[in-house]
Design a protein around this ligand. Structure first.
Ligand SMILES: C[C@](O)(CO)[C@H](O)COP(=O)(O)OP(=O)(O)OC[C@H]1O[C@@H](n2ccc(N)nc2=O)[C@H](O)[C@@H]1O
Ligand SMILES: Nc1ncnc2c1ncn2[C@@H]1O[C@H](COP(=O)(O)OP(=O)(O)OP(=O)(O)O)[C@@H](O)[C@H]1O
Length: 288
């Protein structure tokens, strides 16, 4: 038997860091939303009691470093499963891009194995597995729009954003999330207004959402990746309503409610970058 799960990427609409914790992580307060740029994760039975991962691109690890492998490993240990699984990942989300590609594959694997092995896991039980893998995995389990606190694993669901297009541009370089958080420690933090963003989302006020987009990691990554400032300025010239770097970067996204502007952004940005995507937002998965 085989089960297929869609694994959508995320963007951060507001990302604040409140301080460094004793465990080496940073205390965050951030708002994330799922977008319809997704990997495909397929889990199927294997005759031997082992975990095999196949990824469609060569630069994603297929061993225990893969977050989907780790999800299967934790579930097998926790539920005493002595069955084998083959996990096939079709990558569409750019890797090490600030879009939680590996985290969403892990979350999709948890949802898929719950179905394949008929485990009847509750959302809380899935969250317990997700937290063992990475900070963004918890959000990716359900997706939608949410406020994330703690190291990113404590979630509060928010209303969906007003319908819009998300245009993403991924510069060719990739960055390390751990290094960006480390570099942040030696700089003054530019805090975004997370509370005002929460109000704007509650009110469905697209104009304010665009105006309030903010990410305190953006200036840190910008110092390493000069392309980010250039991409932002080209997107502004073309006429995007709101523009921001996602997560630890380096992907930059623009929001617009106008199809003609979305088209202009795609055409305009393809002149500078090969990885340009235009997608819609994604609904949350109905987990309880
Ligand atoms: C930048 C974001 O993507 C925003 O959504 C997340 O905060 C990062 O989440 P993630 O990639 O799932 O991060 P993890 O895999 O848990 O951690 C990678 C590394 O990033 C740093 N890290 C991550 C999350 C956090 N709240 N504080 C941190 O300092 C730590 O050095 C950690 O070793
Ligand atoms: N299934 C996977 N897909 C992509 N990368 C993976 C996967 N599993 C492990 N990795 C490793 O994780 C690293 C980070 O990749 P990922 O695409 O998750 O970064 P990211 O989008 O910047 O993450 P985040 O936004 O959560 O910080 C990669 O360099 C890769 O080696």
């Amino acid at each position: 038997m085989k089960v297929l799960e869609k694994a959508p990427a995320k963007i951060n609409l507001s990302l604040d860091v409140l301080g460094k914790r004793g465990d080496g992580y940073h205390e965050v307060r951030m708002i994330m939303t799922s977008i319809d740029l997704a990997d495909r994760v397929e889990c199927g039975d294997l005759p031997e009691n082992q975990i095999e991962v196949r990824a469609s691109v060569p630069y994603v690890p297929e061993d225990e470093r893969n977050f989907a492998y780790q999800a299967a490993h934790h579930i097998k240990a926790k539920y005493g499963i002595r069955r084998g699984v083959e996990i096939t990942i079709t990558k569409n989300i750019p890797v090490a891009a600030g879009l939680a590609g590996g985290s969403t594959d892990a979350a999709a694997t948890i949802r898929a194995l719950n179905r394949l092995w008929k485990l009847g896991m509750s959302y809380q039980e899935m969250l317990a597995v997700a937290e063992q893998i990475g900070s963004d995995v918890a959000f990716c389990l359900k997706g939608g729009t949410a406020l994330a606190t703690g190291r990113g694993e404590q979630l509060e669901a928010l209303p969906p954003l007003p319908p819009c297009w998300v245009v993403l541009v991924k510069p060719t370089v990739s960055v390390s999330t751990a290094q960006i958080y480390k570099d942040l420690d030696s700089r003054p933090i530019e805090h975004p207004d997370v509370d005002a963003m929460l109000h704007a989302i509650d009110a469905g006020d697209f104009e304010s959402i665009c105006r309030l987009l903010g990410n305190c990691l953006e200036p840190v990554t910008m110092r390493k990746v000069a392309d980010i400032a250039k991409i932002k300025s080209h997107m502004k010239e073309i006429g995007a309503e709101g523009i921001l770097m996602s997560g630890s970067g380096p992907t930059v996204f623009a929001l617009t409610q106008h199809e003609s502007r979305m088209q202009r952004l795609i055409n305009g940005m393809r002149g500078y970058c090969s990885q340009v995507y235009a997608v819609r937002l994604c609904k949350p998965f109905p987990l309880v």
